[in-house]
Design a binder for this molecule. Structure first.
Ligand code: ADP
Length: 255
């Protein structure tokens, strides 16, 4: 097979979710063996099963990225099943609404644990092997929430800002080992906008059209559009990119 990531073994965390599934599928289509890891183990197995049915090599495992023992053991199992890890997509994440004056300490800790410490721990699980082999790619899924302030999303914005800064810091540490570390910052994905209801967001038609009006393109992203950028960053086509952040937001942060 001659895909854009043929012969590479790539882990996708949060691979059972909407965006994680789209990224996993596209990487598999382009020739990668994909280790799908998600705190929702059944979701991860389901994605891996469908990739395998389509002829790819894949394994699905349940693990919480904020739990070192769980994520390091899952990464080891992916290596045993699919071969040395060449790539990691840090896509697992959680969101919640709330401003600082009403911040709930437990929810704040959870968001920072999963969105920031989870990136650190999953990366720590794969970096020693990559350093030894002197090659590897890590892609962090950040967000425009790390670039601009979004009302009523304090913890999420802070966590994604930390991901952007960690991406630059890690690029500095690992460039000499032949390891590239980048991020992509999606704007709202259509399916996530629908999911806002679950977080208790304002679902009135006025609020919905106010949110959409911020997008010069007049629409939200599809998960597939974001997955295409992830594929590029993981492929050798992006071999001079490290410490960079690719924004995919239909123009929102440009205006
Ligand atoms: P999106 O629409 O951006 O894909 P989702 O909530 O569907 O958002 O996807 C996030 C994925 O990350 C989910 O599958 C979720 O189970 C997963 N996830 C959340 N927290 C963790 C965690 N601590 N460890 C691993 N996976 C996680």
């Amino acid at each position: 097979m001659t895909g854009r990531v043929s012969g590479k073994t790539i882990i996708v965390t949060g691979g059972g979710g909407g965006l994680g599934r789209a990224i996993s599928s596209l990487l598999a289509e382009e020739g990668a063996a994909v280790g799908v890891i998600d705190v929702n183990g059944a979701g991860a197995e389901d994605v891996a099963r469908s990739l395998t049915e389509d002829g790819a090599r894949s394994i699905g495992l349940g693990a919480d990225v904020s739990d070192w023992r769980a994520i390091s053991s899952a990464a080891r199992q992916v290596g045993e099943a699919l071969g040395d890890i060449d790539g990691l997509v840090n896509n697992a994440g959680v969101a919640a609404l709330g401003s600082v004056h009403e911040a709930d300490a437990e929810s704040w800790r959870r968001i920072m644990n999963v969105n920031v410490s989870g990136v650190v721990l999953a990366s720590k699980a794969v970096l020693p092997g990559m350093m030894e082999r002197r090659r590897g790619v890590i892609l962090n899924i950040a967000s425009i929430a790390g670039l601009v302030g979004i009302r009523n999303m304090a913890a999420y914005c802070a966590s994604k800002g930390a991901v952007l800064s960690l991406t630059r810091q890690m690029a500095a540490d690992y460039a000499s080992f032949g390891i590239r570390i980048n991020s992509i910052s999606p704007g709202t994905i259509a399916s996530t906008e629908m999911g806002l209801r679950l977080l208790g967001g304002d679902e009135s038609p006025e609020a919905r059209s106010r949110r959409l009006a911020r997008y010069p393109m007049g629409r939200y992203a599809t998960a597939e559009e974001i997955a295409q950028a992830a594929l590029f960053m993981l492929s050798d086509e992006a071999k001079f990119a490290t410490g960079s952040n690719l924004i995919l937001d239909g123009g929102l942060t440009a205006v």
